[in-house]
Every structure is written in C-alpha cells, then in structure tokens.
Design a protein around this ligand. Sequence first.
Ligand SMILES: O=C(CO)COP(=O)(O)O
Length: 252
Amino acid sequence: MRIPLLAGNWKMYKTVTEAVEFVRGLKEALAGIQGVEVAVCPPFTALYAVARELQGTGMALGAQNMYQAEEGAYTGEVSPVMLKEIGCRYVILGHSERRQYFGESDEMINAKVKLALKHGLTPIVCVGEHLKDREAGNTEKVVGEQVRRSLAGLSAAELAGLVVAYEPVWAIGTGRTASPEDAQQVNAFIRSLLAEMGGQEAARQVRIQYGGSVKPDNAAELLGQPDIDGALVGGASLKVESFAAIVRAALQ
Ligand SMILES: O=C(CO)COP(=O)(O)O
C-alpha cells in the first residue's frame, strides 16, 4: 500500500515570515488528517524556521535542490549533510527548472540522487517531456531516458524507497494539466521501467507523483489514478486553502 505524498514546491516564493505564517495556517487546516503524507519544500532560507514549526506535526520538510558534495569550496551551494541536520526528509532533484535554467544534466542529477541517499534523504526525482517531445510522440523515449540515466546504478531497495515526480514541462505553471489518462499512462510507463531496473517489488513500492498545474478542482481525478501516488504542487501550494484542498482530495 503506497501512502500518497502531497508535496508543495514553493520555488522562489515566501520569506521566512511568510513561510512560518503559512505553516501555522496549514497545521490548523489539516489537523488530525491521516492516510496521506504532506511535505513542504521552502527555499533554503526558510528551511530552519519551517523545520521548527513542523516539529511534532507529522508533516515533512523537503529542500528544492542540493549540491553533489558533502562540503567544499562551492560558493553558493548547499550540501545534503546540511539539509539532513536541519531536519529535511526529502530533497527535490532534477526539477525541470533546474535542468532548463541551471544546466543540470541527468548525470549530475544521478550524482545528487546517490549522495542524497547516502545521507538518508529521500530524493523526489523529477522527469518530464517538453511540448515538442509530446507532439512528436517522443514522451516515453524522453522520460524513459531521464529515468534510466538519473537513477542509474541504484539498488532495488534504493529504487523502492524513492519518489519520482512526473512533471510534463508544458503543464508547469501554465494552467494546462495533463489529462488524468495521459498522466496515468506515463506514470504506469515509469513504473514498468523501474520494474525492469529494480524488479517487481521495487516497482510496487516506489511512489510516483504527478506535477504540473495541480489545483483543487483537478486533484481528485488525477490522484484517483492507480499509478499516481501523490502530487508535486507548485502555484497551488502557496495558499493554505488550495494546498489543504489538494491534500483532502487525495483522501477521496
Ligand atoms: O513545477 C511544479 C512543481 O514542482 C508544478 O508547478 P505548478 O503546480 O505551478 O504548475
């Protein structure tokens, strides 16, 4: 039984003050909720304050990125050791915005995934095709390559414990969501690939989210698909009301 993971990727939004205020509101809105896992992924600057605010709630903390080294002369970067100490359970890796604006390759993401696992962080590994790939009928080819390369060299147990997020790039921040059927099809494809890489049991356990314009009014249908085990939510995770509504949709 896979517990759905509803994670809010705040991207470069919210000061420390705004982040703390949000978490206080979220705790109230979701008090006593069971059967789903909820995580928030604030910018680095707000992680420590949010970690303190989340203590004792069962909600998890995630970071949005990390560097593939434990420490060193890497100006501006943050290491998995630092994220672990601060209380992160998750780290988003390979988000399409990292791939697109910061030149992250599958090989770099693979190094990050391995180091995150070494330090007890659970990677949320993002994959997804561009519109031109989908229109050319290349979705499975592109997503398949990203999965194989980003997750190369992982053991079956490591694959089983991962979170993969299928985020079609054309659906991110555009208001254009993949249809539940299309999202289900790609998520099932990713699961079949993970079965090839790590066996049936790993594929049965791994959680595969959908992300890309998830909103309160489309969440229930997306989350009702058999291979969609939660959502990675951008814009709609920035307001308590909409994020809480998406979390509740996972329970339907
Ligand atoms: O990129 C996303 C989550 O990582 C999705 O963003 P939106 O929900 O704003 O489309």
